[in-house]
Design a protein around this ligand. Structure first.
Ligand code: TYD
Length: 135
């Protein structure tokens, strides 16, 4: 399961006037994008996340600054450092994640496969481990 978490390199269109990165659902990333959200004004050193999603898939990008994403399938745990706007971490369904070590001024951009639905969240780690598919 944890092997499904992977860095996806996104196109980077270099121009003298600045860079541009497009993200097309189903093309650059393996799902259609239903929702985009971003976190900002995050105090330096702050942590967020601490949940899993039953069916949601995500691409997490450090659009500005840097942070670490700790992913955990209930058996194995891995940390990815994100610090560029032209790649992101693909997080499949049923993966516990925590976002830690935000640099001040960072922006965390998330593309998600489903609309927001609180019933989709698992916010208790023990419950996550209990219901996760056997590896
Ligand atoms: P949450 O996903 O718990 O944030 P974190 O990544 O820090 O765990 O969301 C924080 C709050 O924002 C929560 O009250 C739900 C709300 N929210 C929405 O209303 N829509 C959204 O798309 C998201 C992601 C969160």
């Amino acid at each position: 399961m944890i092997a499904e978490c992977r860095i996806i390199d996104l196109p980077k269109i270099d121009r003298r006037e600045g860079n541009l990165t497009p993200v097309e659902g189903g093309n650059h990333i393996p799902f259609d994008i239903a929702r985009v959200y971003y976190m900002y004004d995050i105090p330096g050193g702050q942590s967020r996340g601490g949940h899993a999603h039953k069916r949601l898939e995500q691409l997490i990008v450090a659009a500005m600054g840097s942070f670490d994403v700790v992913v955990d399938d209930g058996k194995d745990r891995r940390t990815f450092h994100l610090d560029r706007a032209y790649y992101g971490l693909y997080v499949p369904r049923m993966m516990w994640r925590e976002l830690v070590n935000f640099s001040s001024g960072s922006i965390c951009l998330v593309m998600a496969s489903l609309l927001y639905n609180e019933d989709e969240y698992i916010r208790d780690y023990d419950q996550f481990v209990a219901v996760r598919p056997a590896a």
